[in-house]
Design a protein around this ligand. Structure first.
Ligand code: ATP
Length: 668
């Protein structure tokens, strides 16, 4: 790929998306709210088809356990997961207008605009610019390989010093790696101001992206709308493990809405405040991250942009087989590699152009501290590279933290093939005093002490030896609160233990899909303009993805077409093929074909005068505009086969004669 920005007429595309009701701003008649969108019939059908293909590709083919968990989540869950403290972006404020902007986006926007101005100045001066004036990765026009949100028209031509331009490129290549302090330093160093107003901005401050709420009429129980579906899945880990007969590895999956109070939502549905996510949580043994189906994808070559390359200023991915990348330790483990391969195959299947796709590895600062490796599937659009899928190895972070906070077991117990004999600290209650003193709390406290990890048991032993007493705190419905233990109540000493069971907390590999971003990228990749048709737009969605599969239309508004028209539509619908009738009398047949091309409808059945004579109809294919003729029943069957992928248009054309469409249109 040479250019990370897809070159399309975005304003024409956006008009078309509104005209054909793919989407519209929510609450528009009340002036709308930034970052909230509704999908119309076209967008809804498109999104549902992407989800249905996602479910087929992941949930069904990988035999995942699908769940549907609550959106409203009590605060405690997100306190434990770290979201309350850390789910934040860095935000700056215009010192005069008080507008807000995201600090990393501000730096990116301003430096990119300066680099574009530099490229323009060099061009005007007739100077050579390394990589060409529309160079993508590593070139001057779009050096960061990151999302671009340039506003306000063309950049002003202003030449930069070579060293400064190179420095800007390096900063942009590793923008995701900067924290608030580093972003603040860049804003000061490069004298970055709000490009909308020219005013100075404040130092970056963290802004938590979660929407909060209170649960119940008292307002005492604080809650949040979930910003991801993952935590709901973790809450059900033990039940899922039981459901899977305690067998590891396994995965849960969920499709649902998530909510993020984005600081400054722009770029249409690419950055919104409410969106559909599809997430997989794959639970794996931390000591054995091989994947049983790894061989199936090991040979697949992926465009990988490693963290080390970004830190060296590069934005150009290198093609490498997943097998090699795992063997060389570039991708941390087989299971992570397996999912990167499956993500690639899903995106390819729905119609994303693979030459406009790359996998970018997170740099150290960007990656959550608990993750051991993370890759984003980024897709090039007219806005630049957009992260559409994140795929992280979250280690045991979530399950261990929730287990610790709730004192519930979120772990796997596995029978060992050979018992292990070892010395370990063991806590034995002294039944004469333990039960009588603790009464109803005795059993929960005993369970708690027996489950304590060795280091904490040693700390308890030492405290009892030193002070003669210690307090343990339980979060257990039967024995919630503090309980005093005295030295005479327990014996804590080394014993030789024969273990038959291994207990561990699984690690979690998480592919996380933003369906709206994938859908928008697909819309751009499928968008063409048909010059022969008065510059009308066409969406070349494949038949499985297309919102509507078949258009049914009469040649003209002659009454004799009414019955065969309805017959064809009913037959299609009965066969499970969504079909739309377009019998608008005022529009020519060519116009009606064209407006269905704008919906991306791949096939059209036309009823004409010949139909009345022999019950044959024509079948038109959207991209070639070629047509064939056949008996209605046979054509309906062909459309069904085309839609479910059991045949192709190429195969059909080799068996049927193409018809002269000009003559037909004259008939109309
Ligand atoms: N505001 C949003 N609007 C639409 N989709 C989003 C939004 N935020 C995240 N997503 C989608 O959810 C996926 C997983 O979320 P994740 O937390 O990894 O995103 P993120 O790193 O916070 O995204 P970004 O850096 O763009 O804000 C992303 O890959 C993206 O497809």
């Amino acid at each position: 790929m040479t250019n990370s920005k897809l070159n399309i007429d975005r304003s024409a595309l956006e008009q078309l998306l509104h005209k054909r009701f793919f989407l519209a701003p929510s609450f528009e008649i009340y002036e709308g709210v930034k970052g909230l969108y509704d999908f119309g019939p076209t967008g809804t059908a498109l999104q549902l088809n992407l989800i249905s293909m996602w479910r087929q590709h992941f949930v069904i083919e990988e035999d995942m356990l699908e769940v549907d968990c609550s959106i409203i989540t009590p605060s405690k869950v997100f306190e434990t997961s770290g979201h309350v403290a850390k789910f934040a972006d860095w935000m700056c404020r215009d010192t005069v207008s008080h507008d807000f902007c995201r600090a990393d986006h501000l730096v990116e926007e301003v430096l990119e605009a300066r680099l574009e101005g530099d490229a323009l100045a060099r061009k005007l001066a007739g100077m050579a610019v390394a990589g060409g004036d529309d160079a993508g990765a590593g070139g001057a026009a779009k050096p960061s390989g990151k999302k671009s949100k340039k506003k306000g028209g063309a950049a002003a031509a202003a030449k930069l010093d070579d060293a400064v331009a190179k420095e800007y490129c390096n900063v942009l290549a590793q923008l995701d790696n900067y924290d608030g302090e580093a972003l603040g330093a860049l804003i000061t160093k490069y004298e970055i101001r709000n490009p909308d107003t020219g005013n100075e901005v404040t130092a970056p401050m963290p802004f938590n992206l979660m929407f909060d709420t209170s649960i119940g009429p008292t307002g005492a129980l604080k809650g949040y709308l979930r910003p991801e579906t993952a935590q709901g899945q973790f809450m059900n880990f033990s039940r899922l493990l039981d459901f899977n007969n305690q067998k590891m590895p396994f995965a849960s999956a969920m499709v649902g809405r998530s909510f993020r109070n984005e600081i400054s939502p722009r770029m249409g549905i690419l950055r919104v405040r409410e969106f559909t996510m599809a997430e997989v949580e794959h639970y794996v043994d931390p000591e054995n991250k091989v994947h049983p189906r790894f061989d199936e994808i090991a040979g697949l070559e992926l465009p990988l942009l490693q963290a080390s390359c970004q830190l060296a200023g590069s934005t150009e991915p290198v093609y490498m087989s997943i097998g090699d990348a795992v063997a060389k330790g570039i991708i941390n483990n087989q299971t992570l590699g397996y999912f990167l391969g499956r993500i690639y195959l899903y995106l390819m299947k729905i119609g994303i152009r693979t030459d406009l796709l790359r996998f970018r590895q997170h740099m150290d600062n960007e990656m959550a501290h608990y993750a051991c490796d993370c890759w984003d599937a980024e897709i090039a659009t007219s806005h630049g590279w957009i992260e559409c899928v994140g795929c992280a190895d979250r280690s045991a972070y979530d399950l261990s933290n929730h287990a610790e906070a709730t004192k519930k077991k979120l772990c796997v117990q596995e029978n060992l093939p050979e018992p292990i004999v070892r010395e370990m600290l063991v806590c034995e209650p002294n039944s004469k005093v333990f039960g009588p003193r603790l009464r109803r709390a005795a059993k929960p406290v005993e369970d708690y002490l027996k489950a304590l990890p060795e280091d904490r048991l040693a700390a308890l032993r030492d405290a009892l030896a030193k002070d003669g007493r210690a307090v343990v705190t339980l979060a257990d419905s039967a024995a919630d609160g503090d309980h005093e233990i005295t030295a005479d109540m327990v014996t804590i000493e080394k014993q030789t233990i024969t273990e038959h069971v291994r207990v561990y907390t699984p690690n979690v590999i998480e592919p996380s899909f933003g369906i709206g971003r994938i859908m928008y990228a697909l819309i751009e990749h499928s968008y063409n303009v048909r010059a022969s048709d008065g510059q009308r737009g066409v969406f070349s969605f494949n038949a499985q993805v297309a919102p509507f599969k078949c258009l049914v239309l009469p040649l003209s508004n002659n009454a004799c077409f009414a019955k065969p028209l309805l017959d064809a539509a009913r037959r299609l619908r009965a066969a499970g093929v969504p079909a739309r009738i377009d019998d608008a009398a005022s529009a020519s047949i060519g116009r009606r074909y064209a407006r269905n091309d704008e919906l991306g409808t791949p096939f059209a059945i036309t009823v004409d005068f010949q139909t009345a004579k022999d019950d044959t109809v024509t079948l038109r294919e959207r991209d070639t505009t070629n047509q064939i003729r056949g008996p209605q029943e046979e054509i309906v069957k062909l459309v069904k086969d085309l839609v479910d992928g059991s045949t192709t248009w190429g195969a059909i054309v080799s068996r049927y004669e193409l018809i002269d469409t000009a003559a037909l249109e004259n008939d109309a």
